[in-house]
Write a protein that binds this ligand. Structure first.
Ligand code: NAD
Ligand code: TYD
Length: 355
């Protein structure tokens, strides 16, 4: 039995990772999560009662607490998903991004290094620190072509991506300097169940259901490469357990879509699953709004390294994953309604315009 400690496990991707690994009796799972606005224990309800599952509310930046947790639970693998994750919020208020993504990761690396150094040799060989990051650290691609590989130079453009880039560099430095056995992964845009409804896909689904405007930044021509969250979770477990230490792996769905295609795709599925009154299409709710400052034009991932080395590939197409996602939001009002009523009501973030 190996113990996997998942930071940020009450978030969107972290909870998908926990739901996946907690279904395997060979693993025990310890979640450490601060429960910011983005974290919700209700995302962990499917596994909360499992004998191999433990939840701890704490901050990765609290070094004494993290050291105690590591000593008590003796993890074989640490998967660091705790982060501030929304670009628009990083534009409005970057300081929490610096605190958690950079200083918090630094603090967790130090606690992990202390812990690692006192492990016996056989356990040292098994130990991994897996840092979960984003393709946004590479900056933007032109519309005409090219994809991010593991060799692409870092060129982050938002406060969010700059903070993630800094954390990636710290993780690599802790490997090269202190010999901490790390693996790093950089993934494209995820979507799926339990996604906090400030991000494009869940925001558009819920705004549509509420007959509200569907805000498209600029002309909607920006391109993202979408990956279904459970496909990402499988990739993360493969990388954590079988990736080569000191290496980074790009993860992506090979599913590039313009934002307008994404929003129109959601409208088409909703028109079929939940027709509006009066035979109108949800497309009538699409509204072009002021662009995001510094809006990256295009992201796209070359995932051939993880496919070649670890045999991973996505199981969902964008169309199948989007249909599953919309179904889930229609069926799981009890998850999103408290969030829409308390944590975030769908207002525009990150525009820099005074309203
Ligand atoms: P999320 O915002 O849904 O969840 C983040 C979780 O971290 C929340 O549960 C929050 O409570 C917790 N958290 C925040 N600060 C913390 C702290 N100081 N200590 C402990 N817990 C803290 O984010 P997500 O979308 O699940 O992303 C997880 C990771 O994956 C992030 O590192 C993100 O950069 C990366 N990533 C996300 C995407 C995406 O499309 N969402 C794509 C690639 C990479
Ligand atoms: P988002 O889900 O915030 O992810 P990221 O910024 O990390 O890519 O946004 C995805 C894309 O959708 C991005 O190009 C910005 C755009 N977008 C809109 O057009 N309207 C919106 O209301 C939001 C939240 C995002």
């Amino acid at each position: 039995m190996s113990c996997i400690l998942v930071t940020g496990g009450a978030g969107f991707i972290g909870s998908a990772v926990c739901r996946l690994i907690s279904s395997d009796d060979n693993h025990s799972v310890v979640v450490v999560d601060k429960l910011t606005y983005a974290g919700s224990t209700s995302s962990l309800e499917p596994v909360a009662g499992n004998a191999n599952f433990t939840f701890i509310r704490d901050d990765i930046g609290n070094r004494p607490a993290m050291s105690n947790i590591l000593q008590e639970h003796q993890p074989d693998v640490i998967m660091n998903l705790a982060a501030e994750s929304h670009v628009d919020r990083s534009i409005d208020g970057p300081s929490e991004f610096i605190n958690t993504n950079i200083v918090g990761t630094f603090s967790l690396l130090e606690a992990s290094r202390d812990y690692f150094e006192q492990l016996p040799d056989d356990r040292k060989e098994r130990f991994r620190f897996h840092h979960i990051s984003t393709d946004e650290v590479f900056g933007q691609l032109p519309l005409e072509g090219g994809k991010f590989t593991e060799e692409t130079a870092y060129a982050p453009s938002s406060p969010y991506s700059a903070s993630k880039a800094a954390s990636d560099h710290l993780v690599m430095a802790w490997h090269h300097t202190y010999g901490l056995p790390i693996v790093l992964s950089n993934c494209s845009n995820n979507y799926g169940p339990y996604h906090f409804p400030e991000k494009l896909i869940p925001l558009v689904i819920l705004n549509a259901v509420h007959e509200k405007e569907l805000p498209v930044y600029g002309t909607g021509a920006n391109v993202r490469d979408w990956l279904y969250v459970d496909d990402h979770a499988r990739a993360l477990v493969e990388i954590a357990l079988r990736g080569r230490t000191g290496q980074s792996y790009n993860v992506g769905g090979d599913a590039e879509r313009t934002n307008l295609q994404v929003v129109e795709g959601i409208c088409s599925i909703l028109d079929r699953l939940k027709p509006r009154k009066g035979n109108k299409s949800y497309r009538d709710l699409i509204t072009f709004v002021a662009d995001r400052p510094g809006h990256d034009l295009r992201y796209a991932i070359d995932a051939s390294k993880i496919t070649g080395e670890l045999g991973w590939r996505p199981l969902e197409t964008f169309e199948s994953g989007l249909e599953k996602t919309i179904d889930w939001y229609l069926e799981n009002k009890s998850w999103w309604q408290p969030i829409r009523e308390n944590n975030y009501r769908g207002q525009r973030l990150g525009s820099l315009e005074k309203v």
